[in-house]
Design a protein around this ligand. Structure first.
Ligand code: GDP
Ligand code: GDP
Length: 438
């Protein structure tokens, strides 16, 4: 499991700036997608090959008892409950405030490892101003500059140090051993437990328990048409004997951990509700993760043809950034559409791990250029020379050449389309990286 780091501190100390810096490595995949909900408070972070989840909390004022601030405090408390470590952010330019001391007192009571980050300290690593923060009793202050990226690595080294032993598990996501690790994601009430229980009741599906799993843990192995699946711990569900049931509380952290742990994510939507903000958020997290994804619109039995048309349009518009994902209409209750869904999940997995060789990729790129040249940018025309595969799940294609900074987004999408068509990629993002050798 990835460690979860919560960022806590009063407003304006630089938490969002730090959040963006810690999670920015992912933006490379995300940047080009229109319509992606941007106001994220949860993100995947990475330092070297160590991965973690970051939660940005609202500005935290522990003693406030009214309105929105109270609501923020509640959220912060939930974030803290879910966190493995806390970064307490203060502002060197404003100095220590009574608020900071209140927060420190509260943090001591929650019994989590807290690291004190003194932000806005660009060029002030040795500053005597740091000393006053010792008073908070939170250990050695780490001077950082979120805006300029200073001190971040050594702060993270300290934060992640206790979690290092399991770093192999983080790395490039789950290992491949012929078993498709499947996460079923979706907000409460879309039908996750109904679907899983239907699966368990299907005759063509062999379900068996792992010995030694704890009673509440959800890890069920399925086999279908000779393909093994492992349903991994899915947020918002609990196991009671042989059946799964929904629990009230929805946890973004659990969802993120399940996504991180999966090869393929099945995102369930509720046809009777349309595409909600929360659906779009979860979809955004899945896109961020780079995992393969299949969309299933559940409760298709309960909507009329007008609603069906509306839904199709909503998915195209609100989830445009997931347009590589196949969309299936299903009814978990009536057992409709489930066969096709299994095939889609297996196809998405195969796509995410498709092997692409350098000669084939290079030929594809050259044919693409022959068919349509990239536009001239300034004096030079980008020259695409060869390509190799730079990663899997998601597949990454690295294209080498000259003057590639002039390749437009439109042209990149054109290349992506050709590569997708050749390799029949469905249900997986495809990342294209351009490397110019001057
Ligand atoms: P939050 O309310 O704690 O999330 O704070 P923000 O991230 O929104 O930052 C508040 C202000 O501080 C913004 O104007 C940022 O540009 C600024 N800021 C954030 N980090 C730094 C930093 O490292 N150095 C300086 N000088 N300003 C920063
Ligand atoms: P979860 O919170 O995502 O696990 O959702 P549940 O599986 O508990 O389902 C929520 C509600 O939707 C229950 O009342 C289910 O009976 C209902 N439901 C689930 N799947 C379907 C379906 O395919 N069609 C219809 N009409 N109702 C469904």
């Amino acid at each position: 499991m990835k460690p979860v780091i919560a960022l806590v501190g009063r407003p304006n100390v630089g938490k969002s700036t730090l959040f963006n810096r810690l999670t920015k490595s992912r933006d490379a995949i995300v940047a080009d997608f229109a319509g992606l909900t941007r106001d994220r408070h949860y993100g995947d972070g990475r330092l070297g090959d160590r991965e973690f989840i970051v939660i940005d909390t609202g500005g935290f004022e522990p003693d406030s008892s009214t309105g929105i601030v109270k609501e923020m405090a509640k959220q912060t408390k939930q974030a803290l409950a879910e966190a493995d470590a806390v970064i307490f952010v203060v502002d060197i330019r404003l100095g220590l405030s009574a608020h900071d001391s209140d927060i420190a007192r509260y943090l001591r009571s929650v019994n989590k490892r807290v690291h004190l980050a003194v932000n806005k300290a660009e060029g002030m690593v040795e500053s005597p101003l740091l000393a006053e923060f010792h008073e908070l009793g939170m250990g050695e202050p780490h001077p950082i500059s979120s805006a300029h990226g200073q001190g971040i690595r050594s702060l993270l080294d300290a934060v992640l140090e206790p979690f290092e032993d399991t770093s192999e598990e983080f790395g490039a996501g789950p290992q491949q051993d012929g078993v498709i690790r499947l996460a079923v994601a979706g907000r409460p009430n879309v039908g996750k437990s109904t679907l899983i229980n239907t699966w368990l009741g299907e005759e063509r599906l062999v379900a068996f328990d792992m010995p030694g799993t704890t009673r509440d843990a959800i890890a069920v192995d399925f086999e279908r048409n000779g393909q093994k699946f492992k349903l991994i711990d899915t947020a918002g569900l609990r196991r009671k004997g042989k059946v799964f049931e929904a629990i009230e509380k929805f946890s973004v952290v659990k969802t993120l951990q399940a996504i991180a742990d999966a090869h393929v994510v099945l995102l369930l939507l509720d046809a009777t509700q349309g595409v909600t903000d929360q659906d779009a958020h979860i979809a955004g997290y899945i896109l961020d993760s780079g995992r393969a994804v299949v969309l299933a619109v559940n409760k298709w039995d309960a909507v009329d043809s007008y609603q069906r048309e509306t839904l199709k349009r909503q998915i195209e518009q609100r989830l445009a950034f997931l347009k590589f994902a196949p969309v299936h209409q299903i009814s978990a209750l009536k057992r409709q559409g489930l066969s096709a869904l299994w095939n889609a999940m297996a196809d998405a997995y195969a796509s995410a791990y498709r092997k692409m060789t350098t000669p084939v990729l290079t030929r594809l790129i050259q044919e693409a250029v022959e068919h349509q040249q990239p536009k001239r940018a300034g004096l030079s025309r980008p020259k695409l020379r060869y390509a190799h595969q730079g990663g899997q799940n998601p597949p990454i294609v690295v294209i080498h050449g000259n003057a590639l900074e002039g390749v437009t987004e439109v042209y990149k999408r054109y290349l992506e389309g050709r590569i997708r068509a050749h390799y029949k990629l469905v249900g997986t993002p495809l990342k294209i990286e351009l490397r110019s050798s001057k």
